[in-house]
Design a protein around this ligand. Structure first.
Ligand code: GDP
Ligand code: MG
Length: 190
C-alpha cells in the first residue's frame, strides 16, 4: 500500500513539473495578403520542430508547435487572425510578428501604424519582429532594407526579410522570435 502511494505521488510530481512549461503566444499582424498564413504554415514544417507533437490542438486561427533551440524545447502558439480587426491589447501575448509585403508600400504603412500602436499607445515592451515578406519579388520591391531597418530600430524591434513562398529565412524568423521571447523572460541572459 505504501509503495503504491509513493508511486502515485511520483506521477503527480511529473505532471506538475510538465505543466510549468509555458506556451508562448505569438500573434501574426499585418493586412490581408502579406503572407501571414503562408509564414505560419512554413513554421509548421521547420527543421527546429521538437519531438513533442501538439498539432492535434491546432485550429484555423491558432497553430501550436514545439521548437528545439539550444538544447531546450519550447512550445509556441501562433495566432493568425483571419481579419484585420485584432484586439492588440492581449495580456496573454508574448510576442508580435508584424508582417508587410516588400512590394507593397501600403502594407508597410499599415505595419508602421501597428508598431506605433503597440509601442506608443499600448506601451508594450513585448518582443516584436518587423518582417518584410515576399522578398523573392525583388524587382517589384518598394521598401528598401535601410528604410525598413531604421523603422524597426525606431520602435525597438528586430527586423527580418523572408520569402514564405521560397521558405527563405523562415527558420531564422522562428528562431529569432523564440530567442527574443526567452531574452525577455530571462533578462539575465542579456
Ligand atoms: P495573409 O492574408 O497575410 O495570411 O496572406 P497569405 O499567406 O494568404 O498570402 C497571400 C498571397 O501571397 C498568397 O497568394 C500567397 O501564396 C502569396 N505569398 C505569401 N508569401 C509569399 C512570398 O513570400 N512570396 C510570394 N511571391 N508570394 C507570397
Ligand atoms: Mg491569412
Amino acid at each position: 500500500d505504501n509503495l503504491n502511494n509513493a508511486g502515485n505521488n511520483n506521477q503527480q510530481v511529473t505532471v506538475t513539473l510538465k505543466s510549468f512549461n509555458p506556451v508562448y503566444r505569438v500573434v501574426m499582424l499585418g493586412p490581408a495578403g502579406v503572407g501571414k498564413s503562408a509564414l505560419t504554415d512554413q513554421f509548421m514544417t521547420s527543421e527546429y520542430i521538437g519531438p513533442t507533437d501538439n498539432t492535434s490542438i491546432d485550429t484555423e486561427e491558432e497553430k501550436i508547435i514545439t521548437v528545439q533551440l539550444d538544447g531546450e524545447e519550447s512550445t509556441l502558439s501562433f495566432i493568425d487572425p483571419e481579419d484585420d480587426e485584432v484586439d492588440l491589447d492581449e495580456t496573454k501575448v508574448d510576442a508580435y510578428i508584424v508582417v508587410f509585403s516588400s512590394n507593397d508600400r501600403n502594407s508597410f504603412d499599415v505595419a508602421v501604424e501597428t508598431l506605433h500602436q503597440l509601442r506608443e499607445e499600448l506601451a508594450t515592451d513585448k518582443a516584436i519582429i518587423l518582417v518584410a515578406n515576399k522578398i523573392d519579388l525583388a524587382r517589384k520591391r518598394k521598401i528598401d532594407i535601410e528604410e525598413a531597418r531604421s523603422t524597426a530600430l525606431k520602435y525597438d524591434c528586430k527586423y527580418a526579410e523572408t520569402s514564405a513562398a521560397l521558405n527563405h529565412h523562415v527558420d531564422e524568423l522562428l528562431v529569432g522570435i523564440l530567442s527574443q521571447i526567452r531574452l525577455k523572460q530571462n533578462p539575465e541572459l542579456l
